[in-house]
Ligand binder design. Structure first.
Ligand code: AMP
Length: 248
């Protein structure tokens, strides 16, 4: 079985995003970019399934600018076998990404497409669900445990207040949650080896997908600045303060 892992190049999770002064979006000039953290978890899970003999090949795919090659090289350095870059300088919305992934899945015939539950830049949480709908395949979202058993996969999902386990017939779509695993770091020798692994470059047009945006972002703004705190003398002063604010 083959596992297809879509990985997105996003603003690094340690970077505090700055909103552009005209409110049109986040300023990405000279900002550190990395693989979306949920996608690292997806790569890790795919590699663990391969190491457990449940999968034969892990293929990473990214839709994005030429620089997304770096993200794919990271996936290859972690252990993925080969990669596909679908190159475009457009900001590709989840529906178009899902259409491209559907076309790649039709060629590659993976048993599982393992995505992150959401990309931390747009926080859409849509691509996996849209892909499952377009492919008419079952989906297990927010996975905290994945177990393959013959021609099905059991996915334990993190739901409000507990866990739910669903059994999906393969091929299926799985999206990863934070507690599924802890991704490995790529070792230096593996980073060197990754440079020689196959990386195909395609375009959205190769898959017949129009990536023109369907949405217009009307405004992006910073969260409100937190008010300064105040240290009060004792509990009585605290209660008086809360009463004066109308919260006690
Ligand atoms: P989203 O629906 O944008 O929150 O993204 C959910 C998941 O879809 C991500 O964690 C990735 O696995 C995948 N994905 C979204 N956009 C891309 C992209 N441009 N390239 C590759 N994978 C993507």
């Amino acid at each position: 079985m083959k596992i297809l892992v879509p990985v997105k190049r996003v603003i690094d999770y340690n970077v505090k995003p700055r909103v552009k002064s005209d409110g049109s979006g986040v300023d990405l000039a000279n900002v550190k970019m990395s693989m979306n953290p949920f996608d690292e978890i997806a790569v890790e899970e795919a590699l663990r399934l391969k190491e457990a003999g449940k999968a034969e090949e892990v293929v990473a795919v990214s839709v994005g600018p030429a620089k997304a090659q770096e993200t794919l090289r990271t996936a290859l350095a972690m252990g993925a076998d080969r990669a596909i870059l679908v190159e475009t300088d457009e900001l590709v919305e989840p529906l178009a990404v899902a259409k491209i992934l559907k076309a790649i899945a039709a060629e590659e015939e993976p048993g599982i497409v393992m995505l992150g539950k959401q990309a931390i830049d747009d926080d859409s949480n849509q691509t996996g669900q849209m892909l499952a709908a377009l492919m008419e395949r079952p989906q297990g979202t927010f996975a905290s445990k994945v177990e393959i058993d013959g021609d099905s996969v059991s996915v334990t999902r993190e739901v409000d207040g507990g866990l739910e386990t669903v059994k999906l017939t393969l091929p299926a779509i799985v999206t990863t949650d934070l507690r599924l695993n802890e991704p490995r770091y790529a070792s230096l020798p593996n980073i060197m080896k990754a440079k020689k692994k196959p990386l195909d470059t395609k375009t959205p047009a190769d898959y017949g997908v129009d990536v023109a945006p369907r949405l217009t972002t009307t405004n992006v703004s910073e969260p409100p600045v937190r008010q300064a705190g105040e240290i009060v003398e004792d509990v009585d002063a605290l209660v008086a303060k809360l009463k004066s604010m109308g919260v006690a």
